[in-house]
Design a protein around this ligand. Sequence first.
Ligand code: SF4
Length: 242
Amino acid sequence: MFRPPSRARVLRIRDRLREVYGIPRMAPHGRPLDELVLTVLSQSTNDRNRDVAFLRLRERFGRAGIDYYEVLDAPVMEIEEAIRPGGISKVKSARIRQILAAIAADPRDPEDPLSLEWMRAAPVAESRAYLCALPGVGRKTAACVLLFSYGLREIPVDTHVSRVGTRLGLFRPGAPFEELHDAMLALTPPGEELEFHVNLLRHGRRTCHARTPACNECALARMCPSCGLLAQPSRQQSRHGG
Ligand code: SF4
């Protein structure tokens, strides 16, 4: 029977992660459409190809920033050509157009619908529901848009955050992503959304790997109920980086 962690335990984990990774500083960038488009571009590819595709889109449709009205009006073939290095460009260009068209059709801000500026002051639940109703947009993407663009109280739970949090006993094992997002919000102190997300993510990338977590060098080992229960990298694997 899973019991949610106590507040004291959550704070101990936060403090330990903070000792190792510090407090991330990243001011909200105010560009929600960039966040949405980056999510589409990141499907089935690595970060590098995603970024190349994004930069090409910016070169083709703007300079300092992408003019999304221009993207919306362009033939889909032009978008496809610009983002080709990101892979499955036919699918992605169509999806980008669908998202932009859906936002442009929204009467909430008839002067400048693609700015999504209304989200700055709207209740988070309303913005989340709006974003999740867009084509192909789920809870994690909506959380990225709200947290990274406007610094609002949402927290993306990706595979790293989900894995590390579950191993540390923060989440119910096997919980679906919708529940994980709610649980993450419930346990994170207000104002620490970015820190919790980034530091769990860093820990997942650097130490608590999916298949072979390095428990023997983990700063959270003493407070982790999963410590040593999962496969450790053999000496030979460690030596040869495999
Ligand atoms: S002790 Fe192991 S399972 Fe627990 S957080 Fe650290 S690396 Fe992950």
